[in-house]
Ligand binder design. Structure first.
Ligand code: GDG
Length: 473
């Protein structure tokens, strides 16, 4: 039995709807668009194609009717508190997330989490099938919904289906740990186009398909048997995501933001060098490695409090997952120790901020930072690296970037580091601190050229062009 078709020619499906429920001072509630590159990138496409967005509104046990917010048609998918625990915090964030990030933290495998993941993916597939018009295009986002492409194809073979994975796809030696590895790959192969951040992620996916199914393939195509003696062609390749470069640069040029950056420097006691880290508090981001390297520089006297200041924004994340609670304790212990050892009354060695900030404040921090530290142990892309570059219209500032972040494939003029190599990380920090102005500008100009060439509009366009091309075959 196929579900009824809907009226939307373009449907985006993601775990979270791009809106938050806000309560106004007078007590009335409304939906507010949550800022994010994906929404910005897809807005023009949504408007042009009469689009809808399917996703969870972010609160458990709440049934919400489809609604409009900021000219977007939103189709809520309800989750119970138990499903949030098992499908979202459990299977998505405590099984798939660590597994796909090189098992930096051990993944937990629980059959009841998997059952919940399957049931919730089925619900998303049905909601999408009901929203999509005949022959519509549906674009599914991210690792929480890897089963949706094949479930959706079974319900609606007329649709053109895309999938984009925002996080890495692991090498087969790691992926093969997953008890449900075949079902996941089968789920993804329901799409016409599967997008990854890096070419190496696509290559890892190909080897999983080869090892598990032995299908014929020639990159970027996989030949998937259609069950009737023929086959469908699935395209799997890299589409590196980006940011809305112009909007970051516009904020960075505002006089009040520039003034705020100067104020931040002043408030930090006018140090010679400000180093900055901005991350969700996540074990993939290598925050501990960067603190260790900085601590050793302070210890051996090659960096001094008052001359170099480290600002670390660690925005709260997944606070109900045990591994994240532990990480927070570890990081805060390290920061406390280092500050105890090296801060003075007027100058903290590390300004550690466990808050989320408005975008304007983030941009002011980017402008104030002489050195930006992106030391992820594994990261699909890392948008912070691109945002820093987009904001530096003064063509100054040094980006230290982990080779394990997807951004390293594009941002070759950063100082690329292996964050596990603490000596190498210390050397890169010292090199960045001492880098002459000319070299900083040359590097930053090259980085800016690269980030401008591939902004988020270009990313979505290139994915959707590929999808359209496949759909018209
Ligand atoms: C996943 C993948 C991939 C952070 N704190 C605040 C704040 N942020 C913003 C940053 C940036 C975003 O959050 C984080 O994006 P990242 O790319 O750095 O990392 P993940 O959250 O892990 O994202 C990643 C991405 O998906 C996209 O495909 O690049 O690899 O893991 O935009 O600026 N923004 C504000 N206040 C904060 O306190 N306003």
């Amino acid at each position: 039995m196929s579900p009824s078709t809907g009226r939307f020619d373009f449907v985006v499906v993601s775990n979270r709807l791009p809106v938050d429920r806000v309560i106004d001072p007078d007590g009335s509630a409304r939906w507010q668009r949550s800022p994010g590159g994906l929404v910005t990138a897809l807005e023009p496409v949504m408007r042009a194609a009469d689009g809808a967005w399917v996703g969870w509104p972010g609160k458990a046990d709440v049934e919400v009717e489809p609604f409009e917010a900021d000219d977007m048609h939103l189709v809520p998918v309800a989750l119970s508190a138990g499903e949030v625990e098992r499908y979202y915090e459990g299977f998505s964030n405590d099984t798939l997330w660590p597994l796909y990030h090189d098992v930096i933290s051990p993944p937990a495998y629980h059959r009841e989490w998997w059952e919940s993941y399957r049931a919730v993916n089925e619900r998303f597939a049905r909601a999408s099938a009901e929203a999509a018009a005949p022959n519509a295009t549906v674009w599914v986002q991210d690792y929480q919904l890897q089963l949706v492409p094949s479930m959706l194809r079974a319900l609606r073979p007329d649709l053109t289906i895309g999938f984009f994975n925002h996080i890495p796809f692991p090498p087969y030696g790691i992926f093969s740990q997953l008890p449900w590895r075949r079902a996941i790959v089968e789920g993804l192969l329901g799409a016409d186009v599967i997008g990854f951040q890096r070419a190496s992620d696509a290559a890892n996916f190909f080897s999983a398909v080869r090892r598990l199914f032995g299908y014929g393939m020639r990159s970027p195509e996989v030949r998937v048997p259609d069950g009737q003696g023929g086959h469908r062609t699935v395209i799997a390749k890299a589409f590196p995501i980006s940011i809305d470069v112009e909007s970051f640069e516009e904020i960075a040029r505002r006089p009040e933001v520039i003034a705020r950056a100067a104020q931040i420097r002043h408030d930090l006691g006018d140090p010679g060098t400000i180093m900055l880290g901005v991350d969700r508090l996540d074990y993939t981001k290598g925050i501990g490695h960067r603190l260790k390297a900085f601590g050793e520089l302070l210890r051996d006297g090659s960096a001094r409090t008052g001359e170099v200041a480290l600002v670390q924004v660690a925005s709260p994340s997944r606070e109900r997952v045990e591994a994240y609670m532990q990480l927070r304790d570890e990081i805060e212990l390290t920061v406390g120790r280092l500050n105890g050892d090296y801060s003075t009354i007027s100058h903290p060695a590390i300004s550690y901020l466990h808050h989320g900030y408005p975008r304007e404040e983030m941009v002011a921090l980017y402008l104030a930072a002489d050195v930006m530290l992106v030391t992820a142990l594994r990261d699909g892309m890392n948008l912070v690296a691109k945002e820093y570059v987009a904001c530096r219209h003064d063509e100054d500032g040094v980006l230290i970037l982990s080779e394990f972040a997807g951004a390293a494939d594009e941002l070759k003029n950063a100082l690329l580091v292996n964050p596990h190599d603490i000596e190498g990380l210390k050397e890169a920090m010292l090199r960045a601190i001492a880098m002459p102005k000319r070299e900083r500008s040359t590097r930053m100009r090259a980085l800016r050229r690269r980030v401008r060439e591939n902004d988020v509009a270009r990313w979505s366009q290139s994915f959707l062009d590929t999808l359209r091309h496949v759909g018209s075959r």
